[in-house]
Design a protein around this ligand. Structure first.
Ligand SMILES: Cc1cc2nc3c(=O)[nH]c(=O)nc-3n(C[C@H](O)[C@H](O)[C@H](O)COP(=O)(O)OP(=O)(O)OC[C@H]3O[C@@H](n4cnc5c(N)ncnc54)[C@H](O)[C@@H]3O)c2cc1C
Length: 450
């Protein structure tokens, strides 16, 4: 079997690796000059700075297994321990221990943090009782968390954590597609809080996140080893044949038995629409958010409250352009510089269109002013870099899973073709690896059945 993979992001590379190791003749076509997609490390002021994904979540089994297999376990650099600060009604407060993207997993630290009002606390405490209401259909994460813990938990914790990860609105994002670990408890009417009699290991904030001495580029460099990778080679069109596909690129036409579309949904839709009317429209129906990473270089020392924290998270109603600041020079040992202190700002959310209207210089001015106002950093920077990611964040909104299921069903009858990666199966490197492994298995099975 010969397989064409369209896109050399994490999804395309992991899928290609799996097929290659299984002895399948695989070629990856990538439109840009470098592999990695949304993982990109730039050398800025002599430091390896990740301007796309910043960290791998080491606790995710798919990530841990792959790093082990790639022989990268010994190269991992852990994020320095230290909580992030949250912008709250009581000013900046450390994120309480045990609060994750989908809310609290321990109630004690939330009670003592003072972030919730007395009323909010009383409401959150009802969760074990209200949990008995079962949820069978896909609803928004916001609706689910509000029904369990109340509005304050949703607005103070879930919005700046899960909402920021997805650059979206928690009241639109799908519970099934963005917080699938909660689905069994939602369906069975079980509490999200652990049994108070069960002791759980205490995790140090930061330790679950990892990178490498040269940034995430090292992960991509290990993934591409041995692959037939064609850079600067966008796939322009696909044509089904009796028993396979013709893949058109600028270099000509290649014949393959199967195609894996590991590219953004809009691109997959444009390639498939001429073959199946309506598929392009269905894929385009999923919204995306434009986001940007702004790297700020301050003269040392910077002072301000960030000195002892890894970052600062803002909620969507805060009125700021920035969603989150990462205190790069504190958080990552590989981003140490003798004279400069580096901070990364994340900007852009679905439904907020300011980013597209601002020039890079205006974006820098605004995020520097926001960090000055919020955390007391200097009002000016030595240098900066803006990297824009237009349309990069798929919004996995309520009904996403069903829509993608319909698209996949609509591909029946065509020669073997799979959709793989974040726009279909969930954002984040861990979900993307899992998606690639599942689709590689699907292609191998299709091959065995032929
Ligand atoms: C700013 C930012 C920060 C993030 N932070 C984190 C983080 O800290 N941790 C985390 O786990 N996740 C993070 N994510 C999310 C994570 O990076 C993505 O979910 C994941 O990398 C998506 O991988 P993918 O392979 O599905 O898609 P992509 O990385 O988008 O890859 C798709 C590839 O297809 C290529 N392509 C497009 N059209 C064509 C064509 N016609 N022919 C050939 N190739 C084509 C593109 O150039 C691209 O390389 C972040 C994302 C962004 C944008």
């Amino acid at each position: 079997m010969r397989v064409a993979v369209v896109g050399a992001g994490v999804a395309g590379l992991v899928l290609a690796r799996r097929l290659h190791l299984a002895g399948v003749d695989t070629t990856v076509w990538e439109s840009s000059p470098q592999p990695g997609g949304q993982l990109r490390t730039l050398a800025l002021w002599g430091c390896p700075v990740d301007v796309g994904a910043e960290a791998l979540h080491l606790g995710t089994p798919s990530v841990a297994r792959l790093l082990d297999e790639l022989g990268l376990g010994g190269r991992i650099v852990h994020a320095s321990p230290g909580a992030s600060l949250l912008v709250t009604r009581r000013g900046l407060q450390p994120l309480p221990a045990g609060v994750g993207p989908v809310g609290p997993t321990r109630i004690g630290p939330v009670l003592s943090s003072g972030i919730l009002s007395v009323r909010g606390l009383a409401r959150a405490g009802l969760e074990p009782i209200l949990a008995r209401r079962r949820v069978d259909q896909d609803i928004s994460v916001g609706a689910f968390i509000r029904s369990r813990f109340g509005d304050e938990v949703a607005d103070q914790f879930v919005d700046p954590l899960l909402g920021n990860l997805h650059s979206g609105d928690i009241d639109s994002l799908s519970l099934r597609s963005t917080a699938r670990q909660l689905v069994p408890r939602a369906r069975d009417g079980r509490s999200l809080l652990p049994n108070p009699l069960t002791r759980r290991p205490h995790r140090v904030a930061g330790a679950q996140f990892g990178s490498f001495p040269c940034g995430l580029e090292e992960f991509i460099a290990a993934l591409v080893l041995g692959l037939d990778l064609r850079l600067d080679s966008p796939v322009l069109a696909l044509a089904p044949e009796a028993d396979g596909w013709l893949v058109r690129t600028r270099a000509g036409v290649d014949r393959v038995d199967a195609v894996a579309l590991a590219c953004p949904a809009g691109v997959a839709g444009a390639l498939l629409e001429p073959l199946r009317a309506g598929i392009g429209e269905q894929l385009a129906a999923g919204r995306t958010a434009d986001v940007a990473t702004v790297v700020l270089a301050y003269p040392k020392p910077v002072g301000g409250v960030l000195q002892s924290h890894n970052g600062l998270l803002l909620h969507s109603r805060s009125g700021h352009l920035t969603k989150a600041f990462t205190n790069l020079s504190r958080k990552w040992p590989q981003v140490g510089h003798p004279d400069l202190h580096l901070v990364r700002a994340s900007v852009g959310r679905a439904g907020h269109d300011e980013l597209a209207r601002l020039t890079d210089a205006e974006v820098v001015r605004q995020v520097v002013a926001e960090l000055h106002e919020l955390a007391g950093l200097p009002a000016g920077v030595t240098d900066s870099r803006v990297v824009r990611w237009p349309g990069a964040m798929p919004q996995l909104e309520v009904g996403h899973g069903e829509r993608i299921g319909r698209v996949r069903a609509g591909l029946a009858g065509l020669p073997p073709v799979v959709l793989v990666g974040a726009p279909y199966d969930g954002i984040g490197v861990g979900s993307t690896i899992a998606s690639a492994e599942a689709r590689a298995h699907e292609l191998n099975t299709m091959d065995e059945e032929r």
